[in-house]
Design a protein around this ligand. Sequence first.
Ligand SMILES: Cc1cc2nc3c(=O)[nH]c(=O)nc-3n(C[C@H](O)[C@H](O)[C@H](O)COP(=O)(O)OP(=O)(O)OC[C@H]3O[C@@H](n4cnc5c(N)ncnc54)[C@H](O)[C@@H]3O)c2cc1C
Length: 600
Amino acid sequence: MSANQNRLIGGEFLVKNASYNDIFTFEDLSEEQKMIMESAKEFIDKEVVPNKHRIEKKDYALIEELMKKIGELGLLGVSVPEEYGGLGMSFSTTMLVCDYISGATGSLATAFGAHTGIGTMPITLYGTEEQKQKYLPKLASGEWFSSYCLTEPDAGSDANSGKTKATLSDDGKEYIITGQKMWITNAGFADLFIVFARIEDDKNITGFIVEKDKAGEGFSLGEEEDKLGIVSSSTRQVFFNEVRVPVENLLGERNGGFKIAMNALNVGRIKLGSACLDAQRRILDNSLQYAAERKQFNTSINTFGAIKEKLADMAVSTFTSEAGSYRAAKDVEDAIADNITSGMSHADAELKGIEEYAIEASILKVWISDATQVVSDQGIQIYGGMGYSKDMPMEAAWRDARISRIYEGTNEINTLLCISMLVKRAFKGKLDLMSPAKNVAEELMSIPSFDIPDYSELFAQEKEIIENLKKAFFMVAGAALQKFGAELEKHQQLIIATSHIMQEIYMVESAMLRAEKIANVKGADNAKYAVKLVELQLFKSVEIVKTEATKAIISFAEGDEQRMMLSGVRRFTRYNEYPNVINLKTEIADYIIRENKYIF
Ligand SMILES: Cc1cc2nc3c(=O)[nH]c(=O)nc-3n(C[C@H](O)[C@H](O)[C@H](O)COP(=O)(O)OP(=O)(O)OC[C@H]3O[C@@H](n4cnc5c(N)ncnc54)[C@H](O)[C@@H]3O)c2cc1C
């Protein structure tokens, strides 16, 4: 029996329309999940928020201390199976913890994400039984901390090109690792290092577990990097000069390190999206409070339309980010459950479940990190000159937001990946992209209807538009693939434009399904403002799709073909009844100003 029989598989949101019944939303959190959320939130409010001035002064020891305390609460082990000392919680719960631990400061968010995600998951997913028993209980409790060493001075986005070498010793008992890693989070206080190195002239790198205490003199660390943001997150270079590691510490298979690194990043990416959520909520709450208190021209600045517009935009961004994140979280969780039912081991089930939604993970990483940057920028603007001051929370929020667009695969790499992973899934026969592309091509030749349909049902027009945005995607992607075939990968700007269309579709559809669920489960009255948020998100997404599709088409189509496709863009992004965007933003802003809080 499937955990959710109607679950769409990875990437399938483009070819099928999900029903609100089949998606998970923030409003669906169980009582147990809400308790965990509250305890994470309480911890951050008590232990982190009052200490933010220390965190902004490179207090690395404080971050280590906070990590220890999070360990004592059990929250470092949420994704570690119970038999290895963790809490073995569901995937959506692990996303929730990540969400609420990460909001107040990027320094702690980064330390937490690196330890629980890329630092622990490779062992959970690929470790031998002995490795899991030896290391996971220590990592789950916070007795030990971990870090993940993939990046090198000459191997960043091209992660498989690292020069770090691992050579088997003459007696065959050890690997001898030599090389240099850089930008390694948690390096300053980690006890365990997941290290990727190449054995002989292998095509791919291989993963190793290196214990600092046993690494000997050949192991050393660089100074702490002087960074723009996340200033108390430890980031150092790690040097390996003939560091001896027992052969039992090879992780997974020889030559299998790139796969481990990428799968660890799939988890890292989806969780990075969730790690930006509470940052958005907190920035908005702070902005609401400041805008209520700050007076200019004898009135609170929150009475000005210019400020209201920003507050409303921030709420739209936060609502949509939450919708996408929790939708994907539960899809992964259900895929894991289905894999277990079909006989896979827990580790394999989790690995395959996360891999299944790698496209969605990349979308969430890019969209939410970009959105958080914009929200923090709007926060600074609402604070005016005080936004620029280190004494106020906005300045650090803005600097901290910047890194999320760089690590766990830059946003460019993830944006490109969305399309290449989609095409791969189609080639493997997992997704039928040909039929929708063909249908759209046929539809383009037909005369459009100018009848105005009945839009009295909730989201009737919005659903029609989102379906049309999917057609716009297939029109552009189908034609581009036909034009360039395998050469398409050389046309990055075109792929990026197409990928942005896809990203908007997933996010706005998630927001709409969330609001529809609220309306159906809690009643229309309770969904009143959520519906307005969706209308605003859709208006914005349609504009983005229009721009990206037009840009893409002009780059490769000419003459009649171009004219026909541009008329397709107009057709697939058409509103029959426009929402009054300015009124909607005013209503949203007035509501959250009244409540003095983001309360969706
Ligand atoms: C604070 C911090 C913490 C980090 N923590 C860790 C960690 O714990 N472990 C770890 O292993 N790494 C870590 N990193 C490294 C991080 O993952 C890399 O910085 C990131 O992957 C980008 O690599 P790079 O810096 O070499 O940039 P580059 O790869 O040199 O990229 C530079 C620019 O070129 C673009 N680019 C590169 N290749 C392509 C391409 N094929 N197509 C289009 N555009 C391209 C990029 O998008 C980027 O805009 C961290 C980095 C920072 C700054």
